[in-house]
Design a binder for this molecule. Structure first.
Ligand SMILES: Cc1cc2nc3c(=O)[nH]c(=O)nc-3n(C[C@H](O)[C@H](O)[C@H](O)COP(=O)(O)OP(=O)(O)OC[C@H]3O[C@@H](n4cnc5c(N)ncnc54)[C@H](O)[C@@H]3O)c2cc1C
Length: 459
């Protein structure tokens, strides 16, 4: 008899509970990944993310081959076809059971319900979260809506029972296979080779970050020109590494400091907990995943949605240097620094008065680390429509944000070469010149319009 491991957004062989369980008493283990190009289209997956996914699958195939497990990539086109594809595959390979990790977003939950109903063999779903959305709740049993008490509760739970990191299963003897076939191309791609796609390389990145940069995280994390953050978001989004591995490594390097939310290491753990928080919200309040605002009243805001302003934002020609540099960083690299995500999201919603859903979609279309829950949470936070939203009257001033977080303008010069010749503080308020647009809106004026839009729905 053979058992099957169904890989999803968990493309690793280390610390993989489903793989470990499948391998426990079984000699014959196979693995599949269902490629769903239509689903990727529906989820507006970025070309750079597709390339990264394909590379990660190739790496996983090699990793699994080394322990004697063949990885087959099946083109299922769409989640709806998953049960049929799996039934066919399992008949052909005499598979008796399937193991996979639970996923907590609406479409994935529906896919798994469908599979449970239609599969001809048992599907064992195993939780792979740092903290399952079902295990963390308030004293009254209701889900959390505010981050700080959520994170406190998570920290207590993690300190009480530190999550175990599992080893890679031992190689099968004799090995069933020697090599994996490469993953086919499935849609438009953009080169992602600047991002490591192998488990080894990602683990090295984690180790380096925890040893060399986690200790200065608070001091450096807000400055886009400094490599002060881990840049692990793409690997976490595809599950090349687990949050448990991150936590374990962080503790190894920084010790008990990790439990102090004000320490550097504790601040980094907090970021991992933001990720958990947005998953918690997306699971318990699935309307946010369906394009609805968490705070229903804000649905009534009549966002003017000026297409020309949106295009200028998207293309990085707003006349606000830090916004333009950030948008060009996204276009060129498929990634954007967190501080800049906050600035550009605030600018789109609060200075240009464009519906946050437009920005949310643009980020999904371009980010290598697109994660539906985190992206939605970030956008609703910036637009003041979400759970732990920024108060609507707190509106970033894009000029002072640039002065504060890119004081010397090094980051701006890198991405906005038209301004490279400007000296000192001029870079944040460049003189009118033929090469670079004047600000497309007046921040003070637009701020007042936004305040009025929010005030109207409050009244
Ligand atoms: C408008 C907006 C959209 C965003 N969209 C995404 C997205 O699609 N995917 C994504 O992974 N993150 C998103 N974030 C969160 C954050 O910007 C990125 O996780 C971070 O920039 C990734 O860089 P890093 O790996 O160096 O992070 P680090 O600072 O090293 O943090 C470690 C990890 O913690 C998680 N994390 C950090 N900050 C947050 C946060 N605010 N919310 C949730 N998780 C966090 C990420 O997994 C990150 O890799 C968004 C934030 C905003 C404001």
């Amino acid at each position: 008899m053979t058992v099957l491991v169904w890989f999803r957004n968990d493309l690793r062989s280390l610390d993989h509970p489903a793989l470990n369980t499948a391998c426990k008493d079984q000699q014959n283990v196979r693995a599949v990944y269902l490629l769903c190009p239509q689903q990727l289209d529906e989820h507006v997956t970025a070309p750079i993310r597709r390339h990264f996914l394909r590379r990660a699958l190739d790496e996983l195939g090699q990793q699994l081959a080394a322990i004697g497990i063949p990885l087959d990539i099946i083109n299922a086109e769409h989640f709806e076809r998953a049960p049929r594809c799996l039934n066919d595959y399992c008949r052909e390979h005499d598979v008796s059971a399937i193991y996979a990790h639970t996923e907590w977003l609406v479409d994935e939950i529906q896919r798994d319900k469908d599979c449970a109903a239609k599969l001809e063999l048992p599907l064992h779903l195993i939780d792979d979260s740092l903290l399952s959305p079902l295990s963390i709740g308030k004293a009254d049993g209701l889900p959390y809506k505010v981050f700080t008490p959520f994170s406190r509760r998570c920290r207590d739970a993690l300190a009480a029972e530190f999550p175990r990191v599992r080893r890679r299963p031992a190689a099968k003897t004799p090995p069933q296979i020697t090599a994996a076939s490469p993953c086919p191309i499935f849609g438009e791609e953009k080169d992602s080779s600047a991002w490591p796609a192998s488990e080894e390389a990602v683990l090295r990145q984690l180790r380096e970050f925890c040893a060399e940069r986690a200790g200065d995280y608070k001091r450096h994390r807000d400055f886009p020109e400094i490599e002060g953050t881990s840049r692990l978001s793409a690997a976490l989004a595809l599950g090349l590494i687990s949050p448990r591995q991150c936590l374990a490594r962080l503790q190894q390097e920084c010790g008990e400091d990790i439990w102090d939310s004000k320490s550097d290491a504790g601040t980094w753990l907090n970021e991992l907990l933001w990720r958990e928080f947005y998953r918690h919200v997306a699971y318990h309040f699935p309307r946010v995943v369906k394009g609805r605002a968490f705070q229903s009243a804000t649905e009534a805001i009549p966002w003017p949605n000026d297409q020309a302003l949106y295009d200028a934002w998207r293309e990085g020609r707003t006349g606000y240097p830090i916004v333009d540099a950030a948008m060009r960083q996204l276009a060129q690299t498929g990634w954007m620094h967190n501080r800049l995500r906050m600035i550009t999201a605030s600018f789109l919603c609060k200075d240009l008065q464009i519906d946050w859903r437009w920005g949310e979609r643009h980020f999904l279309e371009n980010l290598i680390d697109a994660d539906f829950a985190s992206n939605n949470g970030g956008w609703q936070w910036a637009a003041s429509t979400g759970t732990d939203a920024a108060p609507y009257f707190r509106i970033f001033n894009p000029t002072t944000q640039g002065q504060r977080f890119d004081a010397d303008g090094h980051f701006i010069r890198r991405y906005v070469p038209e301004l490279a010749g400007l000296q000192g503080k001029q870079i944040h308020q460049p003189p009118v010149s033929p090469g670079y647009p004047a600000p497309i809106v007046d921040h003070k004026e637009r701020r007042n319009i936004t305040l009025a839009l929010f005030k109207a729905i409050r009244d």
